[in-house]
Design a protein around this ligand. Structure first.
Ligand code: 1HN
Length: 346
C-alpha cells in the first residue's frame, strides 16, 4: 500500500464537514486497518513467579476472598495497559485463596480455565461437583455454570485464571449473576465427571448439548504420565517438542470452544526452530528451566513463570532441563472462522 495521503486544507475542511454527519474517510485509516501481516499491540512479557508471589500473598492481608469476590492480581500486558488483557482477546490473573476462605458462587458467560500454580487441596465446585486441585491440574469452568471455590487445606493456594473476557467484551455478550448461597450444594461425588467422560468411555446415548468438555479437571498426574510414555516413541515436533492438546471427548474438538489449551514436553537440550502463529499465546511453566526467544528478545523461565507470545511474533523454545509447559490461546475462535495461520521456519 502507498503512503498516507497528504492532509491538505481542502481535505481537512471536508473531513470536518462530513464528521458532522457521522462519516470519516477510509483512506486516512486504511493502512492501519488492513495490515499486510498481524501487528499486535500486545508485547512479549514474562512474569517471574518468585517476583510476583510476595505481592499475591500481600493481597491476602489487604482483602478477603469474599470481599474481593475473587482475589486476583491481573497479569496485564504492558502493551495493553488498563484493558485487563494479557493478549488482545484473553485475560489472565493469579488468584489467591487462603485456608478457610470461600470465593462465593456466581456464574457468567465468560469461560474460565484454572491452571494450578501453588498449593494443593483447595477445591472448585462446578454445577454441583467439587474437584480438589493440585499443581499442574487444568480445570474448566464452562460458560454460564455456577462455580465457587474453597480452601480446606492448611496452605495458601494460587492458580492462574485464564478467561475469554476481552473477547466476550468485544462481542458485548457479558451476562453474570450471583447465587443466593456462597457455597453451592454438592450433588455429585468427586471424580464423577472424570469417570464418566475421561476414561475413553461415554454414557451410551450421550448427546452433546454444550461445546465445552464435560471433563472439568484434567489432572496433571495423568497428563504427565502420558507425556512420559509418549516420549519413548516420539515423534518430536521441531518447533513444539511433544505438544498435546486438551480435547473434549464428546466432540473431538478443543476442550473449551474459545480457548485452545495444550501441554508440551521439551526434552533436556531441546532447541526449537522458529515458529509463529496468529493466536497470541500464554505459557505457564510447570517443570524445568529454559528460555524462549520472542521477537529477538530472550526470556529465561523456570517453574511457575508465565510468559506471553503475541500474535505473529516469531519465537523459539530452548530447554536446559526436561521441561513441561502449559499454554492457552484463542486458536479455536480463529479456526472456526478460517483465520488461523502458522509459519514454520527452519
Ligand atoms: C472469575 O469468576 C474468577 O471464578 C476468576 O475464580 C477471575 C476474572 C474476571 C471475571 C470473573 C473465578 C475472574 C472471574
Amino acid at each position: 500500500m502507498t503512503a498516507a495521503p497528504k492532509l491538505t486544507n481542502a481535505r481537512a475542511d471536508f473531513y470536518a464537514r462530513i464528521g458532522e454527519h457521522g462519516m470519516t474517510p477510509l483512506w486516512e485509516v486504511l493502512k492501519g486497518l488492513i495490515t499486510p501481516e498481524p501487528r499486535s499491540p500486545a508485547l512479549p512479557a514474562l512474569w517471574r513467579y518468585d517476583e510476583v508471589r510476595p505481592y499475591i500473598l500481600e493481597a491476602g492481608e489487604l482483602i478477603t476472598a469474599k470481599e474481593a469476590e475473587r482475589r486476583v492480581l491481573i497479569l496485564e500486558n504492558p502493551g495493553l495497559k488498563g484493558r485487563s488483557s494479557i493478549t488482545h482477546t484473553l485475560y489472565a490473573g493469579l488468584q489467591l485463596i487462603l485456608p478457610g476462605e470461600v470465593a462465593p458462587a456466581h456464574r457468567h458467560t465468560q469461560t474460565a480455565l484454572r491452571f494450578v500454580v501453588e498449593g494443593e487441596g483447595a477445591y472448585t465446585a462446578v454445577d454441583g461437583e467439587r474437584t480438589t486441585m493440585r499443581p499442574g491440574d487444568f480445570v474448566i469452568t464452562p460458560s454460564w455454570t455456577w462455580h465457587d471455590h474453597g480452601n480446606d487445606s492448611d496452605r495458601p493456594m494460587v492458580w492462574m485464571d485464564g478467561l475469554d473476557i476481552p473477547l466476550v467484551q468485544f462481542l458485548d455478550a457479558s451476562f453474570s449473576e450471583h447465587a443466593k448461597e456462597d457455597t453451592q450444594q454438592v450433588s455429585k461425588p468427586e471424580g464423577d465427571a472424570l469417570a464418566r467422560y475421561g476414561q475413553g468411555l461415554l454414557p451410551v446415548g450421550h448427546r452433546t448439548t454444550t461445546p465445552t468438555s464435560p471433563i472439568f479437571n484434567y489432572p496433571y498426574a495423568r497428563t504427565r504420565e502420558a507425556l512420559e510414555t509418549m516420549r519413548r516413541a516420539g515423534p518430536w515436533d521441531p518447533h513444539h517438542g511433544l505438544k498435546m492438546k486438551y480435547v473434549n471427548p464428546a466432540t473431538g474438538g478443543w476442550a473449551i470452544p474459545t480457548m485452545a489449551t495444550c501441554m508440551q514436553l521439551l526434552p533436556k537440550g531441546f532447541s526449537g526452530s522458529p515458529y509463529r502463529s496468529t493466536d497470541g499465546t500464554v505459557f505457564s511453566v510447570v517443570e524445568g528451566k529454559g528460555h524462549t526467544t520472542i521477537g529477538g528478545q530472550r526470556f529465561d523461565w523456570a517453574p511457575r513463570d508465565i510468559f506471553i507470545v503475541p500474535s505473529w511474533v516469531e519465537h523459539t523454545h530452548h530447554a536446559d532441563e526436561d521441561a513441561v509447559v502449559f499454554s492457552f490461546s484463542d486458536r479455536p475462535v480463529q479456526e472456526a472462522v478460517g483465520l488461523w495461520r502458522e509459519r514454520r521456519s527452519a
